[in-house]
Design a protein around this ligand. Structure first.
Ligand code: ZN
Length: 346
């Protein structure tokens, strides 16, 4: 039986509705949970996020959100559970880590591939740990991440094995492949488009995953979008993996939302023409709640909160349709593809 492993338990994959494959319900960079300015008004925060989620369900038919927040970036199992209970949304949590230079707490940098594998498998099969406490809530997929050299981003230098991937990231990726293979779950990744200047980071991630026996059909290379990277996406797709067009309406690492959306739409049409319809997924990478919002209004990263879930249907979908994308193809991108990739056989 094919299921999605949500924080409230396994549900039949066919009940997915439309799937957002990369979002964040609650988000804060490592250390944010220690800041006086980020102290949560817990139930108000749940209500705030649940309200947005509910509008996405009622207005647009979203049924599943993959919350790609790694454990060190504010992953909060109970928060996801409370939003899921309040709305009925399927919320899939992930295990895994952020890029080495932005995350992977020191404790975890010291662990072997075997220990990291065991951590991921337990998150996926027994339940995640939060603030020293075991919870019964299981993750349903794994995140791996590479890139970002400092607060001012620059391309990653050459690391071990001739790749622009750091040593700790290399170990995390190997462990992710082993855990995903054991459990049968998907891996969704974070790459930094900055690295396009020196390599195809998606290909490098896939090479390591393949070395560890991962079925690349269960892998999504995220953020594989910044224009004009069609060539890099082709390379990823030719290896049997999937690509995620995300940051719809959120101009990360690119001039404007208009420029990004137009480039993504054109890339998508090209990939569909080349026969890759079944290997593309679409998401926002929104922060539904980042407790720093309003504290530093000049922080450009707050852009991630400013795009409404409806934007997909009021702006991006019409753009795709104007280029000839059909309703049936949209269903593949938003329902059937992510459902197939995130489904676990139990
Ligand atoms: Zn993200």
């Amino acid at each position: 039986m094919k299921i999605l492993r949500t924080v409230l338990g396994d549900v039949p994959a066919e009940n997915s509705g439309k799937i957002l494959s990369h979002e964040h319900l609650l988000y804060g960079y490592p250390g944010a949970e220690l800041d006086h300015r980020t102290v949560l008004d817990y139930s108000a925060a749940v209500d705030f996020v649940a309200g947005q989620v509910q509008r996405g369900m009622d207005g647009y038919g979203y049924g599943t959100i993959v919350d790609m927040t790694p454990p060190e970036v504010g992953r909060h199992p109970q928060f996801m559970v409370d939003v899921a209970k309040q709305t009925g949304m399927n919320v899939v949590a992930i295990t895994g880590f952020f890029p080495e230079r932005m995350g992977v707490p020191y404790y975890w940098r010291r662990q072997t591939v075997e220990e990291l594998t065991e951590f991921f498998v337990k998150d996926l099969t027994e339940g995640m740990v939060f603030a020293w406490q075991q919870t019964p809530y299981r993750a349903g997929a794994i995140k791996i991440a590479t890139g970002q050299e400092s607060v001012t981003p620059k391309p990653s230098p050459l690391g071990p094995h001739g790749r622009h991937i750091h040593e700790v990231e290399d170990r995390v990726i190997r462990a992710a492949a082993r855990a995903a293979t054991q459990v049968g779950c998907a891996i969704n990744t974070h790459i930094d488009p900055m690295d396009f200047e020196v390599t195809n980071p998606g290909r490098e991630q896939l090479e390591i995953l393949a070395e560890e026996g991962m079925d690349l059909a269960k892998v999504i290379i995220g953020h594989a979008f910044v224009p004009p990277q069609v060539e890099m996406m082709r390379e990823i797709l030719a290896m049997g993996a999937n690509v995620q067009l995300d940051h719809v309406g959120i101009p990360w690492r690119v001039g404007s939302a208009e420029e990004l959306d137009e480039a993504m739409a054109n890339a998508l049409v090209t990939l569909i023409d080349e026969g890759y319809l079944d290997n593309v997924v679409i998401s926002f990478d929104r922060w539904f709640f980042n407790p720093r919002a309003g504290v530093t209004e000049s922080d450009p990263q707050l852009l991630n909160e400013k795009v409404d879930l409806g934007y997909m249907f009021t702006s991006f979908v019409p753009r795709l349709k104007s280029k000839g994308v059909t309703d049936e193809q949209l269903d593949a991108l938003m329902i059937h593809n992510p459902r197939r990739i995130f489904a676990i056989d139990v």
